[in-house]
Design a protein around this ligand. Structure first.
Ligand code: MTE
Ligand code: HPA
Ligand code: MOS
Length: 775
């Protein structure tokens, strides 16, 4: 089957027929839920009075932690996150009370009448403040290889530095939302926009004090998630279930955009200190790097994210002596959480900064220094944590991209342009990505499926993955259609449902299609192993001559046939009816677990990843040094997806991931005041990339002819890796700024490189130039 078909919901998205949680027709009894949250970054709750709020006509419930029937807890990994604040609040945006009312206006009015007396306490708002107070979230982590101190000592050159990376708001188009519908007894059905329905089910059961078999969570689709609904969609789900349990009516909570931005966590900001030792040729000999992340008020996924940052502090480079220290700092901000790349971008930007500085120090082209340090053949193929980089796809795309992007020629043109223009500058940079595929928490690498075949020859596929726009269901369609030899119109993908496939992992770590695709294939293999003997027996019964054997059977074009004797043929539908009459089960579960991965956290060694995804980008920017305004002139990407499951979907992921990464690197900046209030919590002040930010010339290609032996249909995960290709845009801006000083001085700036940051960096560079000339 041609696998380049459009997203299964594309037409529905465009016409508006696609059903999101907010579109669901529940019934006229549905109430509107509202979250009342802390206005203080840190405070003691001295007293509160819900009396007046409860009196408002149309209000059905006003709840505090005292009204929770089960456990006041919704931490996903560590139990350090109360469902509703109890005694103290630890960030602005922390949920303290819940209201259910007949309308949003009434709920708002009731919320206004809640009286709380807070006693403000000292708040920790930045990594630096947390460091000064030694406010660690947990123990420091370390990965180390070689003799770092000795190699740094002996290196001919050394550079040290510090780098900050910013927070990033997920800005899914659909804000956090959940509808909870109580049933009979303890039954609770929850429609949630959620990457992790099984965890939502567990937390709802725990908060309500009921059993998991009473809770069903369904996810049809999300209007974007990007990691922001991996754990924190559970909060809204639990709150809506709590209100539904109390009122006995369906309750919907949909966060307003401003509330969503204030309440939910973001990408972890990092503070990174590094030292790199290298030789005359630019070969890196040793690196010491310390990754410090701002975890916020609770653990959430911070340690898994830190771990992934540490696993990517080498990016695509072999570093024989490397020490990576990781720490999570506890602050009075909403708990920071998963965001596309999951720490990978923060880890990679540290080594990319180092390489860039090495090149500038030596007066060499940074793309050359990168290639020089790439992972290569034995012995230059072992990561600091001991995993061998197999099926390395760095050299070929590098060579091809340098060619197809006419890197050398354009470098000369850029130099020419910069020599002729005092205030306009251009810059260009190449950056590679090597991204480890698998959940770093090894046991999460499992998935299940349930495939039902009906007597009209149609198929209903259930699997544990969720659809957030990334095209997982579309890819599963393709897999199911191919495995059964059916046209796509015979197949339907069910909404993800904890009652159909239990104990699932989050759809995350880019492994949705790897894991669920295999589980679906496993279920279909089981069904075929039941159906084929029935078909073989039928052929041998009605035909004389050579016997058909099970291995002769093919499924294609909605038919089942003996490929040696094509006259022996039956339609899929007839075969199904035949199986039914012979009392053969037409429903099967499937299961998959990733083999052979492990990691020892104590030792910092193991094989955490099933394989790596590779990509490479070259970005060219234009910069106005008088305003800091910049524009991406051209981007060339060559990205490795193995044998693509669906090239159109993969291309969307590559382009979308890159642009989202450009947002993190350039325009997206979260600003807080000194009390911890987020100042930009709406799209007028928080700048995600818009149509103008797309490269003027965007040449994106899938690397063809490199199948991946490790995954379903020789494909490769694609969801997150392209995000980090955007580092080439940040590095290109740095290159353009550095042109102000004719590349002789090092520009100083961190992420994001907003216009303001760029302008200040240019000014500071000009100042240093004057001083340098004066000396
Ligand atoms: N693409 C779209 N359109 N919307 C999303 O929310 N999330 C990203 C990526 N691509 C996302 C997306 C993230 S963070 C991950 S981990 C993967 O999709 C998850 O899906 P997959 O495992 O099926 O690739
Ligand atoms: N990615 C996303 N989510 C996760 C991971 C990961 O590597 N590990 C645990 N949860
Ligand atoms: Mo993606 S950050 O693993 O949800």
């Amino acid at each position: 089957m041609d696998n380049n078909f459009p997203h299964e919901s594309a037409a529905k998205h465009v016409t508006g027929e696609a059903v999101f949680v907010d579109d669901m027709l529940i019934n006229e009894q549905m109430l509107c839920g509202r979250v009342v949250y802390s206005p203080h970054a840190h405070a003691r709750i001295k007293s509160f009075d819900l009396g007046a709020a409860r009196q408002v006509p149309g209000v059905h419930a006003v709840l505090s932690y005292q009204d929770i029937p089960g456990h006041n807890q919704m931490g996903p990994v560590v139990q350090d996150e109360p469902c509703l604040a109890e005694g103290e609040v630890h960030c602005i945006g922390q949920a303290v009370f819940l209201v259910a009312a007949e309308s949003g206006e009434i709920a708002f009015e009731a919320a206004r009448l809640i009286h709380v007396e807070y006693e403000p306490l000292e708040a920790i708002l930045t990594i630096e403040q947390a460091m000064a107070k030694n406010h660690l979230m947990g123990a420091e982590r370390k990965i180390e290889c070689g003799q770092v101190d000795q190699a740094l000592q002996e290196a001919p050159h050394r550079i040290r530095g510090r780098l900050h990376t910013g927070a990033q708001e997920h800005w899914y188009l659909e804000t956090q939302i959940s509808v909870a519908v109580p049933g009979e007894g303890d039954e609770m059905t929850v429609y949630s926009s959620n990457q992790h329905p099984s965890e939502a089910q567990a937390i709802i059961a725990d908060v309500l004090g009921i059993r998991r078999n009473d809770v069903r969570v369904e996810v049809r689709r999300m209007g974007g998630a990007f990691g922001g609904k991996e754990t924190q969609a559970n909060h809204v789900a639990a709150w809506s279930a709590l209100l539904a349990r109390t009122t006995g009516r369906p309750v919907k909570i949909r966060l307003f955009r401003d509330d969503d931005q204030i309440i939910t966590g973001k990408r972890h900001p990092f503070l990174i200190d590094y030292e790199v030792g290298f030789d005359e040729s630019g070969l890196i000999q040793a690196v010491h790097v310390e990754l410090n992340s701002n975890g916020g008020m609770a653990t959430d996924l911070s340690f898994a994210i830190l771990e992934r940052a540490m696993f990517h502090a080498d990016n695509a480079y072999f570093i024989p002596n490397m020490r990576i220290i990781g720490r999570v700092w506890k602050t009075n901000q909403p708990s920071n959480t998963a965001f596309r790349g999951f720490g990978g971008p923060q880890g990679m930007v540290s080594i990319e900064t180092m390489i860039d500085r090495v090149a500038r120090y030596l007066g060499r082209d940074a793309a050359e220094i990168r290639a020089l340090n790439f992972y290569g053949k034995e012995p230059r193929h072992i990561t600091p944590y001991g995993q061998a980089v197999e099926n390395n796809r760095l050299a070929i795309p590098h060579e091809r991209l340098i060619q197809s992007a006419e890197y050398q020629q354009r470098r000369r043109e850029i130099n020419q342009f910069n020599a002729e223009n005092e205030f306009y500058k251009k810059g260009m940079a190449l950056s590679p990505v090597k991204f480890g595929i698998s959940f770093t928490t090894s046991f999460l690498n499992q998935a299940g499926a349930l495939v039902n075949v009906y007597q009209d020859g149609t198929v209903l596929v259930n699997h544990g993955g969720t659809e957030m726009g990334q095209g997982l269901h579309t890819k599963i369609y393709g897999i199911a259609a191919d495995e059964f030899g059916l046209s796509a119109d015979r197949i339907r993908l069910n909404a993800t449902d904890t009652a159909k496939v239990p104990n699932t992992s989050a759809t995350a770590a880019s492994s949705g299609s790897d894991l669920n695709g295999m589980a679906v294939k496993n279920a279909i293999d089981i069904l075929k192993s039941r159906m084929i003997p029935v078909v073989v027996e039928h052929f041998n019964h009605i035909h004389t001559g050579n016997k058909t054997r099970p291995q002769d059977i093919r499924l294609h074009n909605n038919l089942i046939y003996d490929h040696h004797q094509p006259k022996r043929m039956i339609s899929f539908r007839e075969a199904v009816v035949m199986c039914y009459l012979k009392q053969i089960s037409l429903s099967a579960t499937g299961y998959y677990r990733t083999p052979d991965i492990h990691f020892d956290r104590e030792k910092g060694r193991g094989k955490p990843f099933h394989y790596y995804a590779f990509g490479m980008a070259i970005t060219e920017v234009f910069l106005d040094t008088l305003t800091g305004y910049h524009q991406i002139l051209r981007t060339d990407i060559l990205h490795d997806v193995g044998d693509s499951l669906n090239p159109a979907i993969d291309m969307g992921q590559i382009q979308g991931g890159y642009i989202q990464g450009v947002g993190w690197c350039t325009t997206e900046e979260c600003k807080w005041d000194e009390k911890g209030n987020l100042l930009n919590h709406s799209p007028d002040t928080y700048k995600i990339p818009s149509i103008q930010d797309i490269p003027k010339d965007f040449r994106c290609q899938i690397l063809e002819g490199y199948p991946n032996p490790k995954a379903i249909r020789k494909s490769k995960a694609v969801g997150e890796p392209p995000f980090m290709l955007a580092l080439s845009a940040w590095l290109a801006i740095k290159d353009a700024v550095s042109a102000v000083a004719d590349h002789r001085l090092e520009p100083h700036f961190s992420l994001p490189a907003t216009n303001e940051v760029i302008l200040l960096a240019v000014e500071e560079l000009r100042q240093r130039m004057k001083e340098t000339i004066l000396v």
